[in-house]
Design a binder for this molecule. Structure first.
Ligand code: NAP
Ligand code: G4F
Length: 346
């Protein structure tokens, strides 16, 4: 059997870490692009890491940045991937209002740099673009593959640009390039400033007596929240089809931020009204009010269906925060093999 090679941009992020696990389980050789930082940013994948000198190593990390097209081309030449999963980007909607230019560069143009590098190197690889339900913005729910985009943030606008570049390379050059239009998906590995993780962390810390209140913005917005570990399976399935196409990935059910807060706090045995305060700094100049995805095409063609509901997700996330507060888990054999100094050394 031929062993496939995958390249993941954004491997250090929430989705990148789950996808790397899935691909390694499926027998792939996995290469990931990591941007250089003054602190280690690989905590989500440390448990997967093996010293590259060991013969059974199938995970390799390389320094690179989406704003550096020359480096992206060089890495494609070097890795020769069968599949490219493009997950990297400035992914925070509120931050995109503060940094619209950088968001456009990384989240929008970053996709063009990758597509163009694939085209010019002539690699016959398949390409996955991490598109977002944020592109639908003000479009009324339920949103599906044919719904017109109406983005409401610089992040959403950058993702619409990247979506169309992906379609354009598919149509213009016959490239196997797909858009996964994923609705919000969360997990204990979610970045700490996204609302689900922020609330789950607060509920656990309040229970432990470490804080008393949490400050939030708009509680009325509704989101279709799913579980990230299940959503990466859909990404992989999209690249295993005979023909490239675009798919919405969602649960089909939405809850308000207020309801998610209530679910987290109730799971921790707390009444949220005693602990949640309003702070306008968390409001956005323009908001996305209601996202509800229709993923029937993905179910029909990819055979993909989510199983974890938002209330279950709230429980999973609060439990994980409480476990983390009780102290780090005993290191597994994999973790003790981890050697940071070798990790990204080239
Ligand atoms: P995330 O946790 O924020 O991860 C983003 C990844 O991109 C991280 O590995 C980050 O590196 C990397 N990155 C950021 N800027 C970069 C740059 N200039 N060069 C190279 N790498 C860079 O995001 P996620 O939740 O896993 O989401 C993955 C992708 O799906 C993103 O493109 C996001 O916009 C999109 N998406 C997410 C959702 C969702 O609900 N999670 C829904 C729809 C679409 P560091 O670790 O160094 O920061
Ligand atoms: O958790 P959020 O920051 O996620 P948002 O804006 O929906 O974006 C996420 O999902 C997108 C898919 O639709 C992805 F493309 C994107 O990369 C990201 O993963 O905010 C969710 C809702 C918003 O309506 C926000 O206004 O929660 C509201 N909210 C209320 N208080 C808050 C807060 N959001 C954050 N981050 N922090 C708050 O204190």
């Amino acid at each position: 059997m031929t062993v496939k090679t995958a390249l993941i941009t954004g491997i250090t992020g929430q989705d990148g870490s789950y996808l790397a696990e899935l691909l390694l389980r499926n027998g792939y050789v996995v290469h990931g692009i990591v941007r250089r930082a003054s602190t280690f940013n690989t905590h989500r994948i440390d448990h997967l890491y093996r010293d590259p000198h060991e013969p059974d190593t199938r995970l390799f990390l390389h320094y690179g940045d989406l704003t550096d097209g020359t480096r992206i081309s060089a890495l494609l030449e070097k890795v020769q991937p069968d599949e490219v999963y493009h997950l990297a980007g400035q992914s925070h909607v509120r931050v995109s209002f503060d940094e619209p230019e950088f968001t456009g560069d990384a989240t929008g143009l970053g996709t063009t740099r990758l597509l163009e590098a694939i085209r010019t190197t002539g690699l016959p690889c398949r390409f996955y673009q991490a598109s977002s339900s944020e592109m639908f913005g003000a479009a009324p729910p339920p949103q599906h593959e044919e719904t017109r985009f109406h983005p409401r943030s610089p992040y959403g606008v950058a993702k619409v640009y990247a979506y169309w570049m992906t379609r354009n390379y598919r149509e213009a050059y016959g490239m196997y390039a797909v858009n996964g239009i994923l609705f919000n998906h969360e997990s204990p590995r979610r970045g700490p400033t996204f609302v689900t993780r922020k609330v789950a962390t607060a509920a656990a810390r309040i229970t432990a007596g470490l804080q008393d209140v949490v400050y939030l913005g708009n509680l009325d917005a509704r989101r279709d929240w799913g579980y990230a570990a299940e959503y990466v399976e859909a990404m992989w399935r999209m690249l295993q089809q005979d023909d490239p196409d675009d798919y919405v990935i969602a649960t089909g059910v939405s809850y308000s931020v207020r309801e998610f807060v209530e679910q987290c706090f109730a799971h921790a045995g707390l009444d949220w009204r005693d602990h949640v305060r309003f702070d306008e700094r968390y409001l956005r100049p323009t908001e996305v009010d209601n996202l509800v995805g229709d993923a029937s095409k993905a179910e029909r063609i990819l055979g993909w269906r989510p199983t974890v509901t938002a209330p279950q997700l709230a429980g999973i996330m609060v439990d994980a925060e409480m476990a983390a507060l009780r102290g780090p888990a005993v290191p597994t054999e994999e973790m003790t093999k981890f050697s940071p100094s070798v990790l990204v050394a080239q």
